[in-house]
Write a protein that binds this ligand. Structure first.
Ligand code: FA5
Ligand code: MG
Length: 467
């Protein structure tokens, strides 16, 4: 059972966030709290120092404007809005409380920033579900926060981004006659309808792909799914109608393309059935959120076993990119007045929202780096006499090194070649890095300097052999 005090303490901690690497080796201060580092520690300074930014709470920043617009579709008092949770959480909050299996890839050091073995930078806002369900302060809530992941580098992925969690519960003890199905459909009939076309080819539950939970009737899962999907579709309609108004204001002859939206089946350890919502954008399907019917076990552990309902987690950058037509996720971190000034005054008057106007696109500068992975030190030829197994290698380590050295000057990193030498069994990889600043033209010499540092760091830190 989680006490209210825990929720308050967690929320208050957000007020005094500041990061400073401690002078004592082995310790780090994050948000005014000191943490013991151990050999799990893998948080680079650039990430530790960004803990203070809180873009989702910065007035007139596109992330906080987007948060306000999405929150308006989940209004209080039905939905309470929590926006001050602190980003350093326990592995219990981030993983165990949600039923992540011990071998889930999300737990690995290649995917997650660890402060120590039991403490991480939250990888998603779901880390707060158990506490908020336990506090039981309202039937629904949203919780927006910065989240941290070691991930790919491209225009829609960034190691720090923002999510909004949302949930809505119904209580078996409070529904008239205990009839949840009727209560949920009554609530659906109070939601507006919309005429957006949505592809949703799958049944609400599927025995293998998207199972009904033990203890839920099919009709309950179906009603909760319908309420969930309608609520989120209305959020998408709101975003696109505001985006369209802004586009017409910029260009009266603007013709919008028909919106393409689809639900696909998904898997999350703490929801079943589960889905992701994708929107067709700039020639590709862009995943904007994950969601599902909350597992009863989580609600039991939170001390509210008579409740059932849905939860979602939205990527706020992805929504903001659609809303403002912001082409590159790095822009959200820009301190350039040419970016920030475009959103002045919007937080206090959401109808004044304008489309983002790119101030310039500077030239790209591509550089390749190719290297051999070392055969693993334990065995240079495999027991079966076949090819040598290679060192443990994870692409996210390349991404992190490039990000640490190039920072926001790196637009994207792509693997362009991979092969295994037929005789030696050694594996070779090639990555193409695009150095392009958002703020100015980089000289070739500057790009070369970054690239030389990247090459040296790959060799030194990953032990690869440069080609
Ligand atoms: C989650 O994080 C789940 N916690 C969502 C959830 C909540 C499911 C509640 C069920 C119930 P996922 O890893 O798919 O799921 O991330 C959710 C969204 O965050 C994605 O759809 C995407 O919009 C955004 N996102 C994920 N990784 C990145 C990234 N590196 N940069 C920017 N946005 C990202
Ligand atoms: Mg996903």
């Amino acid at each position: 059972m989680v006490l209210r005090g825990d929720l308050r303490a967690a929320a208050n901690a957000g007020i005094t966030r500041q990061a400073s690497a401690s002078a004592f080796p082995g310790k780090i201060t994050l948000g005014g709290k000191e943490y013991q580092k151990d050999n799990w520690f893998n948080v680079p300074d650039s990430i530790a120092n960004s803990l203070t930014r809180e873009l989702h709470n910065t007035p007139d920043h596109p992330i906080s404007i987007t948060r306000s617009i999405v929150e308006s579709k989940f209004p209080s008092p039905t939905f309470k809005h929590y926006n001050k949770f602190f980003p350093v959480v326990s592995t219990h909050e981030n993983f165990d409380s949600l039923g992540f299996p011990a071998d889930h890839p999300g737990r690995s050091k290649t995917d997650t920033y660890y402060v120590n073995e039991k403490t991480v930078l939250r990888t998603h806002t779901s880390a707060h579900e158990l506490a908020i369900f336990g506090a039981n302060e309202s039937v629904g809530y949203t919780c927006s926060a910065d989240v941290y992941r070691r991930d790919a580098i491209d225009k829609t992925h960034y190691p720090i981004f923002h999510q909004m969690e949302g949930a809505r519960m119904w209580d078996r003890r409070k529904a008239p006659g205990g009839n949840i199905v009727q209560a949920v459909w009554d609530d659906i009939s109070n939601l507006p309808t919309h005429d957006m076309i949505v592809e949703d080819p799958n049944p609400p539950t599927h025995p293998e792909r998207n199972p009904l939970q033990h203890g839920h009737s099919h009709d309950e899962a179906e009603a909760i799914a319908a309420h969930l999907k309608r609520s989120l579709e209305l959020m998408v309609v709101e975003i696109f109608s505001r985006a369209k108004t802004a586009a017409i204001a910029a260009d009266p002859n603007y013709h919008d393309e028909p919106l393409k939206v689809r639900w696909i089946e998904a898997y999350f350890p703490w929801t079943s059935p589960s889905w992701e919502l994708e929107i067709f954008w700039q020639g590709d399907w862009l995943e904007v959120l994950g969601c599902g019917v909350v597992k009863q076990e989580l609600l039991e552990n939170a001390g509210v076993p008579s409740q059932l309902g849905w939860a979602f987690g939205i990527g706020l950058e992805r929504i903001a990119m659609l809303l403002f037509e912001i082409p590159d996720i790095r822009l959200f971190w820009s301190q350039d007045a040419r970016f920030l000034d475009q959103f002045k005054g919007v937080s206090s008057d959401l109808t004044s929202l304008k489309r983002y106007v790119p101030f310039s696109k500077y030239p790209a500068c591509y550089k390749d780096v190719a290297f051999w992975l070392q055969p693993s030190s334990s065995s240079t030829t495999s027991a079966a006499g076949g090819l040598a197994p290679v060192q443990s290698f994870h692409e996210n380590d390349v991404m992190e090194i490039v990000r640490e050295i190039g920072g926001d000057v790196v637009e994207d990193v792509r693997k362009t070649d991979e092969f295994t030498h037929p005789k030696t069994g050694r594996k070779s990889l090639c990555y193409r890095i695009n150095y392009r600043s958002l703020e100015r033209t980089l000289t070739n010499e500057e790009a070369n300097e970054f690239h030389e540092q990247v090459r040296a760091a790959l060799a030194r830190r990953l032990g690869v052999v440069l080609r």
